[in-house]
Design a protein around this ligand. Structure first.
Ligand code: ADP
Length: 586
């Protein structure tokens, strides 16, 4: 049943019931009024007849009198003697009187005898219709009670006619009302159907048609509000769809593999590159990364990132092709953006190959240069030792010797870096005593310190006296730092070496009062061949490789090298090494 039919049927039934009740109530009231009026009339006539009869002391023919009074009042009139016998009745023949029942038991007669008057309403077996009786007591004479009766067939007929008319009128009114209701509900349901059709179009994603005017009534207001809400949502959805299409296009065009997993570890988005790199099953979205990512290193990266402890990028080989190397980095997605992590796989095979070629080349060239350089320096020194050279030749030979020495140092440092790059310098970790290390380096550098009239002040805290590490490598590190400090400090300057505990690390710092290092270069000085200012007035003859070897050696120990400006001028170059169990127990 449609909504419209329901409303219509409901209204029809309720209106009909209401109108029926109204008709019944009003005609019942009308019948009551008519009965009350009839009763008053009957009592009036009965009193009049009683008064007349009381004034007639002799009543030779009561039945005749009853007939006369009946005719005058146009009612049935009955005269009842004291013993209840009917002695006259306008509608019963004289002969018939004998067979009439004793009337003293009738309600209206009982009323008249006890209270002076009585009224009753009942079916008359004499006349065969429902009749109203009114009886009044007569003060004197042979008649004890006079009774007047009127049939109620007229009243009932009037009520029936009134009901008929009222129902007829109401029927017409109802029909008109129903017609109006039907038309109104037809219009209403047409509007609702139109709104539903628009909503259905929106559901299918079609927002192409302009907004309709839904009218200004309550339904119109609701429809307008829903319409504008749906349109706003629709435009947001299409913006999102466009953005998603852009993202998909970017991801599809990328050569890097990208996977987005949600906070629960399930794959949300993958691009074609990663699907082929990791041989992901189709479809892989919605599945847990542990089910589909077979590489343990990548799975570990994802697990760490999801647990809030993202790791540094790692190089991995994939099952697909063991000759290729990928850099796997996982970045966490912040919780306010839904959480999860993004994995990016970047093919670094070519970069690594180029690196290797470069390293091999540098190592080979350095190696090849070493022999001729040794020869050059040897012959130059032999010439310098000879007596057959003049001063100018000696000057030239000294320049050659200095440059040959510098080239030898360069070749030595380059070969060291090549070895470190290739991982050919394994760490031999023991507990190293820092005071002994520093003292050995100082001793080694003493000629240079003396030559420059410098002073070295060493302060080693008791809780920083030992560090786990490779003594030879740490020696090289400290030697490098002290060498720089000597080279860059002014003559007669003081160099401070300190060792201090810094939480779980031990910091060894070498501080000088030299020219300092410009702030922008503080991190760059650890790069290969980086030198702050090549036009510095004094060239200490360095190679620019010392600090990068330092950094390599310190990182091999799991530590970090850094430089800072020193208050009051000069610089501090320091290294931090993990204190480890040895120093922690010390
Ligand atoms: P070099 O052999 O040239 O000293 P390093 O790698 O040891 O090479 O140092 C790189 C550069 O850092 C140096 O050329 C120099 O400019 C700067 N540097 C290093 N130590 C100091 C220092 N103690 N004071 C000033 N500058 C320094």
């Amino acid at each position: 049943m449609t909504h419209r039919t329901q409303i219509f049927t409901g209204m029809l039934l309720s209106s009909a019931a209401a109108l029926g009740v109204a008709v019944w109530l009003s005609t019942s009231a009308m019948r009551e009024a008519m009965l009350s009026e009839a009763r008053e009339g009957l009592l009036r006539d009965a009193r009049l007849a009683a008064e007349l009869l009381a004034r007639l002391p002799d009543l030779p023919d009561p039945d005749l009198e009853a007939d006369t009074l009946g005719r005058l009042t146009s009612r049935r009139l009955t005269l009842i003697a004291d013993d209840g016998t009917v002695i006259g009745d306008s509608e019963v023949s004289r002969e018939g009187l004998a067979s009439v029942d004793n009337h003293n038991g009738r309600d209206e007669v009982v009323g008249a005898r006890t209270a002076g008057h009585g009224v009753a309403l009942r079916y008359s077996s004499t006349t065969g219709v429902t009749t109203m009786y009114a009886a009044v007591a007569v003060r004197a004479g042979p008649v004890r009670v006079v009774r007047v009766a009127v049939p109620l067939s007229g009243v009932d007929a009037s009520v029936a006619a009134a009901r008929r008319d009222a129902l007829g009128g109401l029927g017409v009114a109802l029909a008109v009302a129903l017609l109006v209701t039907w038309l109104a509900s037809a219009m209403l349901s047409r509007r609702l159907r139109a709104i539903a059709a628009v909503a259905e179009r929106y559901r299918q994603g079609d927002f192409s048609q302009p907004a309709r005017d839904y009218g200004g009534d309550e339904i119109g207001v609701v429809a307008n509000t829903l319409d504008s809400t749906a349109r706003a949502l629709g435009s947001q959805l299409s913006d999102m769809a466009r953005e998603r299409a852009h993202t998909t296009a970017i991801l599809s065009g990328m050569i890097e593999g990208v996977v987005l997993v949600n906070a629960a570890g399930r794959l949300v988005m993958t691009n074609p590159a990663v699907r082929s790199m990791l041989r992901l099953p189709e479809p892989s979205e919605g599945r847990h990364y542990l089910e589909v990512v077979r590489n343990p290193a990548i799975a570990e990266q994802l697990a760490a990132s999801l647990a809030g402890r993202p790791k540094a990028a790692v190089e991995v080989e994939l099952d697909r092709d063991h000759r290729r190397i990928y850099m796997a980095s996982v970045v966490p997605v912040p919780a306010e953006r839904g959480g999860g992590a993004v994995l990016v796989l970047h093919d670094v095979t070519e970069t690594r190959r180029a690196d290797q070629v470069r390293r091999d080349f540098v190592a080979n060239v350095s190696h090849e240069l070493r022999t001729p350089l040794t020869a050059i320096r040897g012959y130059v020194e032999a010439l310098l030792d000879g007596a057959s050279i003049d001063d100018e030749q000696r000057k030239f030979l000294e320049v050659i010797a200095r440059h040959a020495l510098r080239m030898e140092r360069l070749v030595r440092d380059l070969l060291r870096l090549a070895r470190l790059d290739a991982g050919q310098e394994p760490l031999e970790g023991v507990a190293c005593g820092i005071p002994a290390l520093v003292a050995a380096v100082e001793r080694e550098m003493d000629p240079q310190i003396q030559a420059r009239q410098q002073r070295v002040v060493t302060t080693i805290d008791p809780d920083a006296a030992t560090v786990p590490g490779d003594p030879a490598k740490l020696h090289d590190v400290l030697r490098n730092l002290l060498e720089n400090a000597i080279n860059y400090s002014p003559d007669g300057g003081t160099i401070e070496i300190t060792a201090q505990r810094r939480g779980r690390e031990i910091e060894i710092a070498v501080a000088d009062r030299g020219p300092g290092i410009p702030e922008a270069d503080l991190t760059r000085i650890f790069e290969r061949f980086y030198r702050v200012d090549r036009s510095r007035t004094r060239d200490p003859g360095g190679t620019g490789l010392g600090l990068s070897i330092v950094r390599h050696l310190v990182e091999l120990h799991g530590g970090k090298a850094s430089a800072r400006l020193r208050d009051g001028g000069g610089s501090v170059v320091s290294i931090r090494l993990p204190a480890g169990a040895v120093a922690a127990g010390a």
